[in-house]
Design a protein around this ligand. Structure first.
Ligand SMILES: Cc1cc2nc3c(=O)[nH]c(=O)nc-3n(C[C@H](O)[C@H](O)[C@H](O)COP(=O)(O)O)c2cc1C
Length: 185
């Protein structure tokens, strides 16, 4: 069982990354193989809408770090997707990845990825509340729904400003680890 964490924040060791790592730690406790992918460390260009992936090719024309990530995503049983909220939506790095998933859709918008993966959504924000996080959770469920992913859970926390602020919320840390331990079922 392979559980991958995709941490979209540009901040190394930030709150959303740490919450993703907690979910991965729980999954490891339960026996999963895990891998953390930090989008800030990867060179992932935005989709350029060239149409290559919809005209006789089953992948993207752009040969950047997304080439390897397509295969990592394809092989994963569970995807833990974590992002910060920026101006009431996701951060830019998250959208580059999401838009590049377009190449994993056939021209009829059926999925090129195997069905049945679980998707766990992790969101962090500052002064915003659930009215900001919930629409992004719904949006991400819609995105991963194109790939027939099953809802594996939702973790979110607000009042996170400095990278170490997550330590003030031990209950959410415990909840993320507990969720990770359930993912193999
Ligand atoms: C450009 C920018 C825009 C932000 N916009 C919001 C926002 O609209 N609502 C909110 O609650 N927090 C906002 N924040 C705060 C972050 O969502 C919050 O600090 C988050 O925990 C950062 O995640 P990270 O520690 O994983 O980088 C913003 C932060 C930045 C840098």
């Amino acid at each position: 069982m392979k559980v991958i964490g995709i941490a979209a924040s540009p901040r190394q060791g930030g709150n959303s990354q740490k919450l993703v790592e907690c979910v991965l730690a729980g999954a490891e406790d339960a026996g999963a193989e895990t891998e953390l992918i930090r989008l800030g460390d990867r060179n992932i260009h935005p989709c350029i809408a060239c149409g290559y992936c919809k005209s006789g090719h089953d992948t993207c024309a752009q040969k950047d770090d997304m080439v390897a990530l397509y295969e990592t995503i394809r092989a994963a049983d569970v995807i833990v997707f974590g992002a910060p909220i920026y101006f009431a939506r996701l951060n830019a790095q998250a959208y580059s990845l999401i838009d590049r998933l377009y190449a994993m859709l056939n021209p009829d918008f059926s999925s090129r990825l195997p069905a049945g993966k679980k998707i766990v959504i992790v969101l962090t924000c500052g002064s915003g509340d659930l009215s900001v996080a919930a629409p992004m959770y719904a949006y991400l469920k819609m995105v991963f729904g194109f790939f027939h992913c099953m809802d594996g859970g939702f973790i979110w926390q607000n009042q996170l400003f400095a990278p170490a602020d997550l330590e003030k919320f031990p209950d959410e840390i415990a909840k993320a680890k507990a969720l990770g331990r359930t993912l193999l079922g």
